[in-house]
Design a binder for this molecule. Sequence first.
Ligand code: SF4
Length: 1609
Amino acid sequence: MSFLFRKADPSSGPASHLGADMDSQNIEIRTPQEAVARIAYLASDVVVSVQPSQAQDSAFSSHLKRYAARKDQSLVAKSSGAVPEIQSVRHNTDPLLSVFAPIRSGQLVSVTTSSTVLLPSIAHLYKLANYPVVLHVSLQSGQSPDYSAITAIRNSGWTFLQSESLQEAQDIAVTAHALAIRSGKGVIHFFDAGSSSRDKPIGPEDASLVRDLLNLGDVRRFQASSIQGSSIYADDGRVAVASEQPDTVANGASTLTDSTLLDATSKATSTEASVKSGSPSDSSATPSVSTATTIDANAPVVTSEDIYKYVTAIWTQLRNLTGREYNAFEWSGPATAENAIFVFGSDAGLFAEALDAAQPTDVYAKSGMITARLYRPWLGAKLIEAIPKSVKRIAVLEQVSRKTTKWGPLLIDVLTSIKSGPGGVEHIVGYQIGYIAPDTVSQALKGVFQNLTSPKPLQNLEVGKREAPETPTGYGLEQPKLETAYTKILDQLFGNRAYVANALNSQNAGVSSTVAASPEFGFGSLLARKEHRQRFVKEVKQAATSNAFTTEAPKQWLAKWSAGAEDAQKAGEIADDVVSRLETDGSSIARQLLSSKGLFRKESLWLVGSDAWSYDLGNSGVHHVLASGENVNMLIIDSTPFSQKSAADAARRKKDIGLYAMNYGNAYVASTAVYSSYTQVLQAMLEADKFNGPSIVLAYLPYFGEHDSPLTVLQETKKAVDAGYWPLYRWNPANETKGEPNFALDSELVKKELKEFLARDNHLTQLMQKEPTFAANLAQDFGTEVRAQQKRKARDAYNELLEGLFGAPLTILFASDNGNAQSLAKRLGTRGRARGLKTSVMAMEDYPVEDLPSEENIVFITSTAGQGEFPQNGLSFWHAVKDSTDLDLASVNYSVFGLGDKHYWPRKQDRVYYNKPAKDLDRVLTNFGGKRLADIGLGDDQDPDGFQTGYSEWEPRLWQALGVANVEGLPEEPPPITNEDIKLASNYLRGTIVEGLNDPSTGAISASDQQLTKFHGTYMQDDRDVRDERKAQGLEPAYSFMIRCRLPGGVSTPKQWIQMDDISNSLGNETMKLTTRQTFQFHGVVKGKLKPAMQAINRALMTTIAACGDVNRNVMCSSLPTQSKYHRQVFACSQKISDHLLPATSAYHEIWLTDDNEKKLIASDAVQDFEPLYGPTYLPRKFKITIAIPPHNDTDVYAHDIGLIAIKGDDGNLVGFNVLAGGGMGATHNNKKTYPQTGRMMGYVKAEEVHIACEKIMLVQRDHGDRKNRKHARLKYTIDDLGVDVFRGKVEAMWGKAFEPERPFHFQSNIDTFGWQKDENGLSHFTFFIENGRIEDTPEFQMKTGLREIAKVHKGEFRLTGNQHLILSNVADEDLPQMKELMKKYKLDNVQFSGLRLSSSACVAFPTCGLAMAESERYLPVLISKLEDCLEENGLRQDSIVMRMTGCPNGCARPWLAEVAFVGKAYGAYNMYLGGGYHGQRLNKLFRSSIKEDEILEIMKPLLKRYATEREEGERFGDFCIRVGVIAETKGGQDFHNNVAEEESDEESCVVTSILNERGKLLQFTQKVVNSVAEYQELITAKYELTIFDTKLVGKLSHGAAVEREAVI
Ligand code: SF4
């Protein structure tokens, strides 16, 4: 219920329904914004609430929303029950535009805003001045408020009222509304919220009082009117006409009746409806008058005098009702004062207090103060009346920091009002006040008065500080840094040729609020610029034929230039030549031309605007530009986040600028999004620049608030583009003349409207004919309703089919994220059917919740995702059930089975997550009256048989309940299909890949083919950023493929680099990933482009075969920039091993490398492949080999199935390798049977035999690896199970040779050395820092373009490192300058990063990796940034600490060997590991489970500090953590799960831990006290407390816990 009033008058009219809510005696209003919001709400039909962003409330909006949510009613509502409409509008989207429509339709509108919107809205202000709109303006108070926001608009025709305290804010707010209604004119009520911060809370204004002051008769008359507005940009000729307002005041202001301004008819009518104070006002008595705004051409306009009379009447009324008095000018001080200050600023209250407290000796004693309550209209005569005759000197104090005139505006007002001279006021002196702290007021006043009372006072003195201490404003700050992205691209493309008309400064041309409303200004300036150049071209042409030059050259060059002056390229090409000729010439005409030498280039003219321009296209700059046909470009940045598309600005009906412009016909139009396709933005801008006519480039840059990370912007962009809300396209009318299509769609889906436009324009037809598959996408509509119906129909049809065939019905719904729940559900369905039940199985998301009450028997199987959440395909169902209010399940029998892992969350407080979805669902279903068929069953991964243990106990209970437990003759169930089956049946990796590729109905391939394509070097993935959104739209996931190349040793030629770059641009997602296995990886390759991509990779003489899959993968090799000769020898071995172990299947060639028309190389099944090494089932699991060259372990030699340590002979050449076997990173969270492992030493082999030794190790694994359990199939488990010696023996037996004893070696580190290094041949190498291996362009950093430019001229090679960085290798001295210049140009020479960043590495994870549980590549850099301050503080900036992150425990970035690692557990939550060896020799150990960023920082910061202060000389972070006991050392893979820092604990030991923590704190305190003899007494007390504590503790503990305590103490 609403509590807007303290008490009410139940007898009074339409608001009497509020009577029930009046029990609100205790309400307190605490801020002026709250007081104002409440009055605005009561006195308006529509409140336009200006907010910093949709996600961030203003100080007004939180209150407004609260009232609206409670459905509080306003006093002015026409019909009972109507609540005011609150329109939330972002401050930079031209908010006052929202006022026009409602006010013209007779709705009372008020606006609550900060002062930032005023200046940009000045054009609207002039037009709105003649409407009874009220603007409540809180002066922006981030620093000291700047009253120039008010003075700058003082002549816009509005009435301005000022309040200075909390009580005044409320009273003046009422006054403002009453005055607007009476005068018919706009009123601005402004205040500085800061100046009332010390005020006590007030009570809300009385209802009857507010109602009386508003005068409902006038309100109704206005509401009955409707004004035919034309355009908001043209003056509609409206003149404010006062309401007929007979004097309703008991005392005073009787003159008002004389000044009513209406014609006789309306006067008569309104007089009838006028209301006397206290008399009932009834909405039924609303006069049906529409004449109130029928403007009589001769009707006198409202004058200043009228305003004064109205406001005085209102204040008189207010005084009679409340005792509080207000005047146009307020005087406070003795009536005999000689000196006075006139304050226009926020410190009036402070000044008043200081004057009151003045001592007789103070220079400002007995002085007075004037403030303006009614600032406009300015009534000089009233000012004179307000000031005592005794006043001789007035100091005018203005808080105006942006001064545009020499004299302050108020000073001018005062000077024009008060004539100074003998006998009257002698001096009027202006001051500019800044920030004044409360304790410096008297100081400031002293300064003011000393100057004022001096014989010759100085004008314009400054008082107070210019800068106030920063306080958050909530306004104007929310534009993220990212906003400059597009203008940076303009800069990048056109350099100094770009001319941005409204770039206030080039850093701020994005969605700056100040440009939002000034398109005309910008456009005008562009035209002026154009004309300027045209004149210049003319001048040049004349000059080219004149004889005024001293030399001949300029004339020829100028003539040549003139011929191509309008062609940007031609003009640009010779501009420098022309200029240099003119400079040499030196004549006066040459000098004159040189004075505009910038114009020798043809500028690219741009006007930058925001989506605010899309609310009124016909009148905004968009229309002007289009109608002009001028060759100018508009860049319009739309920042509405996709997720807020319907909420934001719904009432304002945003228009589609792109469509509007295309319909116009003469313009180039492009719709772009930098976070979706960077190159498309480049292309669009270049085309726009070239197009001879108006161009409009729409640019998407969604954000919620200033703190949005690029990741949020990226995700919002992707959703918008993917859903077709923000399609990427380019429309070029000029193409028609070239016979090319005008329209190019650069993203997949388009909105319905755009589709309709294209269809109308006949282009769609053409497109559809040309690209039938594309047409299907185009024709895809969004309609959830339709899809729901389709689903239901399909289900009904299926049910019908089953009808009659079976017995009792059983519906099985599942929610599954990794497939377990789904296969259980399907198997349960099959078993049910075998028992004669009518079963149907489906995902929860496909089930219509409204059908639930009609089910007879229903079973739910759900696994547990994230932090105890439903898996994605159960979420919508769960929400629908949970939020339902009317589900009746009285006749429904149900049972729930859940899959979870009890140990997934070791911390006690997180235990609730275990099987939470199942438990929640079970509880809710009972609440709705459902009957349990069988009690909930819970499967736990920790049980001996995993979830099967719980399941096999639950299922029989279910059959029992359904009466089908003992069915005879059940058929045998087929065994589940395993990966081994798939491999075997695949005919040497063919499967049905070709058929899948040719199926146009889906972007996916079949599940078994997904397993097989891995062997071909590609994985199917889907974009997880848009998964939910697509699901909501009823679309299949955005499938695409990752392709990984095979590149032994990571060495690529420059030509190959360019080829890879091309592939990523034309066939992938415009980026490349350099992987931790030293190769190229492409993402986002859609199915149709998969084959072309594979072919392009092979054309570049690379392959992808066996880059993934259960085979030997890419063979790595140290990159070793300092010893090129040695590197070559070792690298040759990596190639040899790679080639030797390559699978022999011809399926790869057949599937990918033959043209569709070409005859297949292998004739279908007739010819069988043969795999001499692998056999038909290949290896049990993936197999990885690497080579490290000591002292660099940059390929993490211990982490691979085979790790080879290169051994150098005495002559400096490679002689052989120490061989490690059985390293491996993959593990599963909480499954102690899985663990990472480091390689075990096999011995030494000669270089020439190394490939054979590798082969034999691989073959022993082939034959002995576990093919039943993929989680136990890696070589590491085979060796651990067999024992190292047995395994070695088997290898040696197969090889027929023995390993020699290992040779000595020494490793120093496993990270890269950045920057330039020279090798023994004198060639140079530069290691670039490529953060997490991602090669991409951003507006800030064109890394990809830069590397491509370098590749174009580089003569050496590129080496990809195992840490995902890149080495520019083999640069000869003579090429160094060119390389350095290019690197500098593209900022690629920067390696000045913190040691932590340089030593960091992350896997891909989101959005493409299907296994990712948390972000990795996109998050690690953010986390490091948050730690860097701490590194700096502790002097650790240069220290290398190896930190790694992966999105899941699969371990692609080898996290288990890092000194500190974070492994994804759930979205936003990580397991933290510590204690890895600095050069990759030792595994780390679990330190904390499932911690989020704040906890990570809480742990890391003190730990880093400790490391800085307590480490020993040269001690590494990982070693340190072990030495000081933060973590135990991991001695090997099998020791990985032992002694972890965060053991699971039962409840009692949790209590013990927390008690002991407390004890620890107490002990620390005691220790501190001991250090200070002076605090002896405290020592005694503390010791005493400790003893008491100990006694209590021991008493409380069980025996076991007490023992534990002893151990800990
Ligand atoms: S570690 Fe996990 S999340 Fe990261 S890329 Fe590998 S599989 Fe994906």
